[in-house]
Design a protein around this ligand. Structure first.
Ligand SMILES: [Zn+2]
Length: 336
């Protein structure tokens, strides 16, 4: 039903994809934006070499359905209690729907924000549990554990949500740093998960100024001919840049679209049921990769150490943000 309702706006991945002239209702708070963000469907059908369906021209073929002036906004590394609400307000102002790639630790810490994202019609993909910078450096078991726990955390955050909110969880995964591996890609393919990379970014994770973020995004968009854009709602400068950035892109003739799972990608999946669950248990290769059966003691210990080191770093980020927030509140009180 979700997809039937949106069918008129949907471009199926794999079909010809010229941006159609804007028709239909416009956004009441943004005269340049449609009321409903056009959708581009992402399929999960593995590639012929057994690797996962993968999207984003930086590493893979350009996403079918994305025209040269189309921009699919994706937002990584949250949710963040200071930044995410501001970003959600700006997206709502522009009637713009996006696709999030959550860090599990934060989804677990701030489930209310995950529900708000889903409730607003954004789709939710995942980005590991603790955001190790490079899964290539982890053992297979440790990397898989990060991916599984990332989806677990997103599902846990949506567990108390409405059926409609649960249906916004997509079988989409983004590798931290876009550092994929062939083995993990195949492992994801067997679980009917799509890998979402990118066509361009804006260096916003470097904590550059809002003006620099907007400038970088425009330059990169022109070079990449639009495509999948990565921004981060883990940095306040991104929220500060976003309103102007969206308007400037619209004025430059770009059309924002939303990456959504295709009906085939959702076939057989029940909203709220584990995205990885049943398939993972049925795969005999898991036994070989499982730390309990396959790997040596040292590998197991190192794998667990790396996972906990990643969690410690994520916790440090969270604690730093919380202390900063409390400090700002305290200073604001002192000034009164
Ligand atoms: Zn990230």
């Amino acid at each position: 039903m979700l997809f039937a309702a949106a069918a008129g706006l949907t471009v199926a991945a794999g079909q010809a994809a010229a941006a159609e002239p804007q028709t239909g209702p416009m956004c009441p708070t943004d005269p340049l934006a449609p009321l409903h963000t056009p959708k581009v469907q992402i399929d999960v059908q593995p590639r012929t070499d057994g690797s996962a369906a993968s999207y984003g021209g930086m590493q893979y073929k350009r996403t079918p359905g994305l025209g040269p002036k189309d921009v699919a906004l994706t937002i990584d590394d949250g949710p963040n209690p200071q930044v995410t609400p501001k970003v959600l307000t700006i997206l709502a102002k522009h009637c713009l729907k996006v696709t999030y790639f959550l860090v599990g630790w934060y989804a677990h810490a701030y489930p209310g924000l995950v529900r708000q994202e889903a409730d607003a019609g954004h789709f939710i993909g995942t980005h590991t549990f603790s955001h190790p910078d490079n899964l290539r450096r982890l053992s297979a078991a440790a990397a898989q554990d990060e991916i599984v726990k990332g989806f677990d955390a997103a599902e846990g955050a949506l567990a108390s949500g409405t059926p409609a909110e649960k249906a916004q969880l997509a079988p989409f995964f983004r590798f931290p740093g876009l550092n994929d591996t062939k083995d993990l890609s195949q492992w994801l393919a067997q679980r009917r998960i799509a890998v979402v990379g990118a066509d361009f970014g804006a260096n916003d994770w470097l904590n550059i100024s809002p003006a620099a973020i907007e400038h970088r995004a425009l330059v990169e968009a022109a070079e990449a001919h639009g495509g999948i854009l990565i921004l981060h709602d883990s940095h306040m400068h991104t929220a500060e840049a976003l309103d102007d950035l969206i308007t400037t892109f619209e004025q430059d003739g770009y059309r924002f679209v939303q990456l959504v799972p295709s009906p085939a990608a959702m076939a057989g999946r029940t909203p709220g049921a584990p995205i990885l669950g049943a398939v993972a248990a049925a795969d005999p290769r898991d036994a070989a990769a499982s730390p309990a059966k396959g790997a040596g003691l040292l590998d197991r210990v190192l794998g667990q150490l790396k996972i906990w080191a990643g969690r410690l770093v994520a916790f440090g980020h969270w604690l730093g943000a919380e202390i900063g927030h409390l400090w700002a509140q305290g200073m604001a009180k002192l000034r009164h």
